[in-house]
Design a protein. Structure first.
Length: 308
């Protein structure tokens, strides 16, 4: 996966603002251990010194996917951040944060403003007194952030309304998951959720189920049994499903060759990729691309009936 995706300068017109929320920025960064933070490619208008901090004009949700660090603000001092921490940064509130040099971290963010979020704050759902939420490792959260990144990159007509919906859903899930964590979700479920996230984030590599078990400090036999009980799939099957789904996205949305897609989705060889893809879908990768493009072309060119 890319080490950084910064999408800024998202434009909102008067009509967009009437929707109740507009999105200003969305992105992802991987901060390697012992590297400079923030990196030089950080969006300039969001750049800050780790010694001086900064103040923003909008709200920002920042999700720590992997790693540890420290957060401080006008209201909070030296709050510990870990994998699964979600920050809600408030406009006009000085803040500062940074990963531990020894661990680095992966971060996703989305910035937004508008009447919708102001109403949530006014009604007590969010406040400056609680800006760090323990949502835990969540593949669903990561998928929503990555969906927002794809929508912002394409900027099709009405994209601001789609981004507003994603931001609202992220806020709702943050509120809900934080409350759920207070009920002390079992340690096994937390570890399985962490394993799912590790597999999703590293599916472009040749990571194995045994390596995932080692990273969550669980024996492979226990990991395999608990994972299958929780998901209905073995870790190996789950990893293959992720790779197949990602390869479908790349076949449908890019012009990458099947060989390039094979390597980008963690397969050791194009032949192995072709064999597994056909076994799972009934089509070779090239036939799947042809079928998808034919269906999309048919949808675009299909005349609209009066009833529609």
């Amino acid at each position: 996966m890319e080490t950084d995706i910064n999408i800024k300068y998202l434009i909102a017109n008067k009509q967009d603002k009437l929707w109740g929320m507009t999105v200003t920025t969305v992105g992802y960064q991987r901060i390697e251990p012992h590297s400079v933070y923030p990196p030089q490619n950080h969006p300039s208008e969001y750049l800050f010194s780790p010694y001086k901090g900064r103040t923003l004009e909008e709200y920002v949700l920042l999700y720590i996917v992997n790693g540890n660090g420290i957060f401080s603000s006008d209201t909070h001092k030296n709050v510990r951040l870990t994998t699964g921490s979600m920050l809600l940064l408030f406009p006009g509130e000085w803040h500062n944060y940074a990963p531990d040099p020894s661990s680095g971290w992966d971060e996703y963010w989305i910035g937004f403003q508008g009447n919708n979020v102001e109403a949530l704050v006014q009604n007590g759902f969010f406040s400056k007194q609680k800006t760090v939420f323990n949502v835990g490792p969540s593949l669903e959260m990561v998928q929503l952030f990555r969906l927002a990144i794809r929508v912002a990159a394409k900027q099709k007509s009405g994209y601001q309304q789609t981004l507003a919906g994603i931001a609202n859903l992220l806020l709702g899930m943050t509120h809900s998951l934080d409350k759920s964590q207070a009920f002390n979700q079992s340690q096994h479920i937390q570890l399985i959720n962490k394993a799912k996230l590790i597999m999703f984030e590293n599916s472009h590599t040749n990571i194995t189920a045994e390596e995932v078990a080692n990273r969550i400090c669980m024996s492979y036999s226990n990991f395999r049994r608990n994972f299958k009980q929780y998901t209905g799939l073995s870790p190996h099957q789950y990893l293959q499903e992720i790779r197949i789904q990602k390869s479908k996205e790349l076949l449908a949305a890019t012009n990458l060759t099947c060989q390039e897609i094979a390597y980008k989705t963690g397969y050791e060889s194009p032949i192995h990729f072709n064999t597994l893809f056909k076994k799972k879908t009934g089509l070779t990768p090239s036939k799947y691309r042809e079928y998808y493009q034919r269906q999309e072309s048919h949808s675009i060119n299909r005349p609209i009936s009066p009833e529609e």
